[in-house]
Design a protein around this ligand. Sequence first.
Ligand SMILES: Cc1cc2nc3c(=O)[nH]c(=O)nc-3n(C[C@H](O)[C@H](O)[C@H](O)COP(=O)(O)OP(=O)(O)OC[C@H]3O[C@@H](n4cnc5c(N)ncnc54)[C@H](O)[C@@H]3O)c2cc1C
Length: 450
Amino acid sequence: MARSICWFRRDLRLDDNPAWSAASRSAEVVPLYVLEPQLLESAGPFRRRRLLGDLGALDDELREIGGRLHVVVGPAQEALPRTAAQLGVTSIHANADVTAFATRRDDACAASCPIEWHWGTLLHPPGSVRTARGTLSLVFTPFYRRWLDVDLAPLAEPGSARVVVATGSEPLPTPDTDAVEPPGPSGARDRLEAFLEVVDAYPDLRDRPADDGTSKLSADLRFGTIGPRALFDIVGTATAGRAAFVRQLAWRDWYAHLLWERPDLVHRALRPAYDRIDWRDDPAGLQAWKDGRTGYPIVDAGMRQLRATGWMHNRVRMITASFLVKDLLIDWRHGERWFRHLLVDGDVPQNVGNWQWAAGTGPDAAPYFRVFNPTTQAATHDPRGDYIRRWVPELAGLAAPLVHDPSSADPLELAAVGVVLGDTYPVPIVEHGFARERALAAYKAALDGQ
Ligand SMILES: Cc1cc2nc3c(=O)[nH]c(=O)nc-3n(C[C@H](O)[C@H](O)[C@H](O)COP(=O)(O)OP(=O)(O)OC[C@H]3O[C@@H](n4cnc5c(N)ncnc54)[C@H](O)[C@@H]3O)c2cc1C
């Protein structure tokens, strides 16, 4: 009797899952998860908790149809062939992944047991969105135009295989703390429904960190508790707000396609000249940035939100990343690692792509000399200062515009609301105008050395 394994990885759902769809068309299917100690240890506390919550939710979903998640401990290249032999399966299905780590692991697995690969984590698979010259565009807008024209694969429907409950499954580790957000596909559906109430305000609110104007679906997409294909169908492009949201899914595909073609982007700038930038070695600056103690309120608010919750608003990710790279002239790879460790949605292609974008080291057309000013960014995107006051409570007594730039205030005015720079709140660790010139000189020197 035909028996398949569906090897779940970043697709922790049964709907809109091409690998599950194919595997569950056999007579019998074993839903498998390989716990990889290396991956679990490298995930920070928020991602680890979310992963374990999502795995628990997948197990619950499988129990509802008479099965359960079969858990084995990796490394996958040992655990998968062993499990396949023990369970006597005739085929293995999985959704492919784009990182170098995943590719190496998957190639090693496939060398000892054939795997049928599908694409369930992106809207369009890598290689399917090409310029007229047959290449992947290194600039987003032309990629996006092509992306909109590519035909979508049909929605993957689950099959009706009997779900096998095999012996020898390991228990899932218990999360250290309870989930903050409801995990799994039902949590994702609730988040999506809440977002659809405000989707038409998305173009206006998406850059306002004080407002709840974005979907907060990034961790769902990261772990696959919602599929991008179904998400696209549900949201659609019928209004400007919906189309703006779908455009963000294209950014997500683009960064994944870039990493698929250039796995070295984790370590190297997309444009090699930028690997010659003479980055500063500044452990104290890096630590102040991580701690949210730079003296730039919007930067500190973002870094504290990240540390407290594992999430940071996209606009503030851009501002904090730019501050590290341009104002402190610290190598973007340090920031990428810190974000990846803490972000609940931490995801190599998205994180690396966005960090390289913020650093101006290759992806997209933004020139390196466009340097964010953290104070004017704060005034534009957090005009009342509500976001800053939420995450930097020692500035709670300050109104806009002083809350954007306390160092410009009269010390007496600050003292009246309990703020003493250098005591209750840091003085800016670097002067932005000076830092901007320093960064431009360093980038120019790297380019001139070509
Ligand atoms: C320096 C930096 C690092 C980042 N690291 C990550 C990361 O590790 N993982 C991650 O998922 N996103 C990352 N992003 C992208 C973006 O900040 C988050 O996806 C977004 O904030 C998630 O919130 P949301 O789901 O409410 O987004 P929405 O605004 O509701 O967007 C919907 C979805 O589109 C995708 N998306 C939105 N913006 C981007 C973008 N700039 N790039 C790629 N996809 C996008 C996400 O999957 C998101 O869930 C990073 C951005 C920056 C500037």
